[in-house]
Each structure stands twice: as C-alpha cells, then as structure tokens.
Design a protein around this ligand. Structure first.
Ligand code: G6P
Length: 586
C-alpha cells in the first residue's frame, strides 16, 4: 500500500513537482519515501525514512522521474526497502501487493535479490520479459517490447498492483500498468505526461485525468499516451478539495477536532439545499459497510435507521462482508477517502445486484465513481490520520438519512446540538485534566457504554490506540457481568470509563453496572451530565443531551481524552506510527 507518481516534463525540474505530488499522496503511508530522476542515461535516487517533509525537493534537475511514499507491507521500514527500486535499465514504484512474490523469487534463484519487498518481483519479472523480447527482435516499433513484457508479467504476477516504470532505453516515456484494485490515473498536455495513484497529486498540473482501469497498461509522455487494451478511457474533471485553511492549532487533529461544530453545521446547510437522499425509495433492508471509524459511524447509524425509519439494518466491516442471497436491499458504503481497498473490494463482491449508496467525503474517489448514488459528507479534507470531523460528518449524514426516510424533522435539535458541541469543546481541556492524569498512569483502559453509545466506546478505544498507543478495550456495559468483570482488580494498573448520559433509556441499568465495578475496587471514571449520581471519585461533566443525539457529544470527550494522552506521551499526533489515512490494500 503506498502512493506513487511519475512525471515527464519538457521544462525539467520534475523532482520538485514529484515532491509536491507526494505531499498529496502521503495519506497512503509515510513509513519512507523516495524519488528517482533519470538523466543522461543514469538514475539518481533520493530516499529517506519517514514523511515527505524531510525529503530534498531539488535533488536533481532532470526531465523525467518517479516518486513514492511507502506504507510497509513486505519488508521492514528501511532505506533498502524504500522505492524507487532500480535494476540495470529499469526503475519502478509500486502500490499494491504481489501475492506470489516468493514463487517469483524461487523462479530466479541466481538473481541477487536486494530488498525484502514484493515489489522487486515486478522489477525482475518485467526486466526478464523485456530482455526476452529484445533478444529476439532487432527492430522494435510502437513499444512492442513493453507491450510484450506487460502481457507476460501480468500473467506471471498475482495480486493487486499499480506500477510506474522508467526505462533508460526510453528517456522521455513513463510506462504503467494496473491490475486489481490499486487506482491509477494519467494526465497529459503538450508539455508533460504524468501518472499517479490519486488524481489530486496531479491537480497542480492539470484539471483533467484519465483513469486507468483494472487490466490496462500503457505509456505516457509529453503530448502523447497509449492505453491497452481499449484506449477508450474518458477524461475526468479533477474535483479539487477546497483550499485548506491554516490550522488553528499545533496539529491537524486538534484543528479538526475544534472545527467540528462549525463543519457539521455547514454540512447540514449543504445537505438541506443539495441533499438527494430523499431520492431513494424506502429500502426493505439496509447493509452498511465500512472500516475503522467509518464502520463505527455505521454502527451508530444503524440505531437511527432502525429507530426512526423502522428498517432492518446490518453493519459489517467491509473486509468481513457476506452477502445475504435473495434479500432485496440497499447497501450503504461509508468511506472518508473513498479509496479504502477493503470497502472497494466489498463493493466489487456485490456484483451490482443491489442498489448502492456511498457516503463519501472525497468526491472523485474510486468509491464515489463506482456507487449508484453518492452522498457527500461535506466536511472538507481531513488531514489527521485519526479521524474526528469525517467520522462525525458520517454520523450526521446517516442521522439525516434515517430522519428523511421516516419524515422526522430534527433540524432544531441539531442546531442546538452544534451549540452544545461548541460549549463542550471549550470546557473539555479543563474538565478532562484529572481524568487524563489517571489514564496516563495505567496500562489498560476499559470503555463501557450502552445502547447507541456502544459504538462510541469502540471508536473511543480506537482513538486511544491510534493516538496514545495505550491498550484500550471497549464493550457493552451490559456484557460486563458475562465475563469481563473478572478482569476488575484494584491491584491492576487499569481504569474503567463509563459513558453515561442520564437521558439514556438504560440509565438505571448503567447506575448498577458502575456500582458493580466500583464495589469491586475498580478505578472508575464516569463521563456524564449527572456524575453526582454515581458513587465514584473521577468524572467528566457533560451537558445534558437527548438520547438520540448523545453520540455526537460523547465522541468529543473520547477524542479529547485520546489526544490528551498522546500529547502526554509525546507521540506524533497527525501521523501515528504504522498507520495511514487510507488503507489501499486488502
Ligand atoms: C484507516 C484510517 C481510519 C479510517 C479507516 C477507513 O484505517 O486510519 O481513520 O477510519 O482507514 O477509512 P475510510 O477512508 O474508508 O473512511
């Protein structure tokens, strides 16, 4: 999984342009990055561990180059395993996974394999097939050597991949291939030819791209391109994200966290004027799919859809999706980026048998192009890897879907909600101080909730893991007595957080659950509008909120606690270790 870009430009200085493109692609991984430029029959590479910001912008003045930002799958994070890889006349960058890479290694036992990456098997396979063709054909026209190599290597390699190549024999041409889910787009003008994993990486150079489809390969150079088989791909206008405003806090996470009431309120206006969800007939059954925070947003959405619209709803992780044959239903796919491979793969599996709706934040993304109906979540670009506003934006759009499907009007309540969110955000730094102190000094955190806050407990635990690298486990407070209660031990380094709004229809049962933990000596923290009703020492005071809207307020407290813990630990906030904003491999 990774981001790749290649540019050939008549004016030269491609290194700087590639660097700029890589900044857009960083959401696909930031374990390491590199650029290779070709000039006078040689490759000049520049690589480094970590994000793009540290990579030299002007490493070389050549006219053709490729760049890559890596999220390690095969092979440790090291310079040796950082793309681009070079072998003799070839240099390549790759996004995806080669599933049979060890077979390819076995096929060429005498070759000195230089990296631990599956990518090297593409390099070797392509090199061998090009050589094969060139050895038996004296005259080569129309890139026939490359066409031959592409056919052969795509037969030989299993998996999903998008690859860009430079070849010393063609100093003005970039070659590319796509097989499977890894997206790839090209842009061409009289002055340049370019290729990238995401059209946004090309948006400073062009307004349009051509998307390469699964199974296609070809080349691009200034003023010319070829795509096979087919070559009938249409041009697509690039939908640029609105310009990012300056961040108001040290980190994008804190900035995005603070903007949530304003962003959601703007999104509501946009929904009200441009919303088309009412175009849907009322489905009999809804399947919701997503990963990570998008999955948890779906889990909250289920409560509203079942409660307001009275429609049976099932939520599954995209990676675990199983079809229920014979059910007439709408499938809602939720994805901030619209590029998550597990979600795209789930979409692929439904084989067009059902109506699909994508709740997507990034218009123009693969998912937004694939589904029958797109519902933009309207929260603007989210930079921090750990999601805040994108997740609450998904919740809002699901809430609106549920209310529209049922004819319920909750506009006034939402306006009031946004005001409460603003007030709470101002108070959280003070209200959570003591609790963050306690959580920073334990090894294990348990987060418990009931009803529509159970998914918020899970999302809170995910935020804590992602940002603070602390073990956090969520569960339904109702399940406590069926096993997990055995874990409660006053001598253990643990704290137990309860999300407990008094408006909950399960409030009285929540009082009992807290008591059961407290009486066994557990270190209990309650997050509640009525903390005084609990016999505990630590709490976070919340405003009163009606039960249905509680997820929007309680997620803020969890986001802030996770952030506070991460700051205490001195962790990288916007780019947590080992993660990526969008996971583009299955
Ligand atoms: C990654 C991100 C998560 C995100 C998930 C799904 O794991 O780190 O924050 O929730 O992908 O991403 P999507 O773009 O499909 O919403």
């Amino acid at each position: 999984m990774c981001g790749l870009i290649g540019i050939v430009h008549k004016e030269g200085n491609v290194c700087e342009k590639i660097h700029k493109g890589l900044e857009y692609l960083q959401y696909r991984g930031y374990d390491s990055c590199g650029i290779s430029v070709m000039e006078d029959g040689e490759f000049y590479a520049n690589k480094q561990i970590g994000p793009i910001s540290g990579l030299k912008k002007n490493c070389h003045s050549g006219k053709i180059g490729i760049g890559h930002t890596r999220w390690a799958t095969h092979g440790c994070i090291s310079i040796k395993n950082t793309h681009p890889f070079m072998h003799k006349n070839l240099a390549i960058v790759h996004n995806g996974i080669i599933e049979n890479h060890s077979e390819i290694r076995d096929k060429y036992p005498d070759y000195h394999w230089k990296t631990g990456c599956d990518t090297e098997s593409i390099l070797k396979s392509t090199y061998e097939h090009l050589k094969e063709y060139r050895n038996i054909n004296d005259e080569i026209t129309d890139h026939a050597d490359w066409n031959y190599a592409f056919e052969k290597m795509s037969e030989e390699l299993d998996g999903s991949f998008a690859v860009a190549f430079m070849d010393l024999s063609y100093p003005d041409t970039l070659f590319f291939i796509r097989k499977g889910l890894s997206p790839l787009s090209i842009a061409v003008s009289d002055d340049f030819g370019a290729i990238a994993s995401d059209c946004l990486a090309l948006s400073d150079m062009s307004d349009h791209v051509i998307d390469i489809e699964n199974g296609q390969y070809g080349y691009v150079k200034a003023g010319k391109y070829e795509i096979k088989p087919g070559n009938i791909n249409e041009k697509r206008h690039i939908i640029k994200s609105p310009k990012m405003s300056e961040k108001s806090h040290d980190t994008w996470f804190a900035h995005e966290f603070h903007t949530q009431p304003m962003v959601l309120s703007n999104a509501l206006h946009k929904f009200n004027s441009a919303f088309t969800l009412s175009d849907f007939e009322k489905p009999k059954f809804i399947d919701i799919l997503g990963c990570g925070s998008s999955y948890y947003a779906g889990c909250v959405g289920k409560y509203w859809i079942e409660k307001y619209a009275n429609i049976m709803c099932r939520v599954q992780m995209s990676s675990e999706w199983k079809d229920l044959k014979g059910y007439d239903r709408t499938i809602a796919l939720i994805s901030q980026s619209g590029e998550t491979a597990d979600t795209l793969a789930a979409f692929g599996k439904q084989l067009g048998a059902h109506k699909t709706v994508g709740f997507v934040n990034t218009l123009g993304s693969s998912l937004s192009r694939a589904v029958d109906h797109v519902v933009p979540t309207f929260v603007g670009q989210e930079v921090s890897v750990a999601s805040t506003k994108a997740m609450t934006g998904q919740m809002l759009s699901l809430f609106l879907w549920a209310t529209k499907l049922s004819g319920v009007n909750k506009q006034d309540e939402l306006t009031e909600l946004f005001e409460k969110m603003s007030c709470l955000i101002n108070k959280l730094p003070e209200n959570t101080k003591e609790v963050i102190d306690i959580c920073a000094n334990v090894d294990d955190l348990f987060i418990l909730a009931k009803g529509n806050l159970v998914p918020i407990a899970y999302e809170g635990a995910l935020k804590i893991k992602e940002l603070a690298y602390v073990h956090a486990e969520a569960m339904s407070a109702s399940e406590l007595k069926h096993g997990p209660l055995a874990m409660i031990n006053p001598d253990s380094s643990q704290a137990i957080i309860f999300l407990a709004p008094s408006s909950s229809s399960l409030w009285s049962k929540m009082l009992s659950a807290v008591e059961e933990v407290h009486s066994r000596g557990g270190k209990v923290i309650v997050i509640s509008d009525k903390p005084e009703k609990f016999n505990v020492n630590y709490s976070v005071k919340m405003p009163y909120i009606e039960e249905d809207l509680a997820p929007f307020l309680y997620i803020l407290s969890m986001q802030w606690i996770a952030y506070g813990l991460a700051i205490r630990k001195g962790n990288a906030i916007d780019m947590p270790r080992n993660l990526a904003k969008s996971v583009t491999v299955e």
